[in-house]
Design a protein around this ligand. Structure first.
Ligand SMILES: *[C@@H]1O[C@H](CO)[C@@H](O)[C@H](O)[C@H]1NC(C)=O
Length: 145
């Protein structure tokens, strides 16, 4: 539990710094919010190749956060599901499970969150915004050990 919490805190601390830097841009993003985008969301398990990976093309407006995109995906696809915990003190969500596979402190596993090139995002799902049509977001079940 402590480790999981530390990861969350580290992500969210960076996230809140980023938000302050970005706050000047907020007027710009509201204008973009009606531009539609098809974002590819890939769900993979880097620890078990037999686990059924999945890919969803989610329709959301440009400027949607990845968290909101996941909420939209839940509505758009019957076979996509996720659970998240909201930490009010950090203003962000921690992803607990995707498609019924949950990270575990005992097993030292979590849902890694990457761009389409396998690079992990340094911020939480609430602070990464979908920027364009054809964006790719990857959730990869991984070990932190
Ligand atoms: C998203 O995909 C749908 C279905 O393929 C398509 O009709 C629509 O034009 C696409 N939207 C964009 C912004 O590319």
């Amino acid at each position: 539990m402590m480790l999981k919490f530390s990861i969350l805190v580290a992500c969210l601390l960076v996230a809140s710094l980023y938000r302050e830097v970005q706050s000047d841009d907020s007027s710009e993003s509201s204008e973009e919010s009606t531009i539609p985008a098809n974002v590819t969301m890939k769900i993979e398990n880097s620890l078990d190749s037999s686990w059924p990976s999945a890919e969803y093309v989610v329709s959301v407006p440009v400027g949607t956060s990845v968290y909101e995109m996941m909420v939209a995906a839940k509505e758009q696809f019957d076979d996509f599901t996720f659970e998240a915990t909201y930490f009010r003190q950090y203003g962000g969500h921690f992803i607990d499970s995707i498609n019924d596979l949950a990270g575990s402190s005992a097993d030292q596993t979590f849902w890694r969150f990457e761009n389409g090139y396998g690079v992990a995002f340094d911020r939480g799902v609430d602070l990464i915004l979908v920027h364009a049509n054809d964006d790719v977001i990857v959730f990869s079940f991984a070990s932190w050990a």
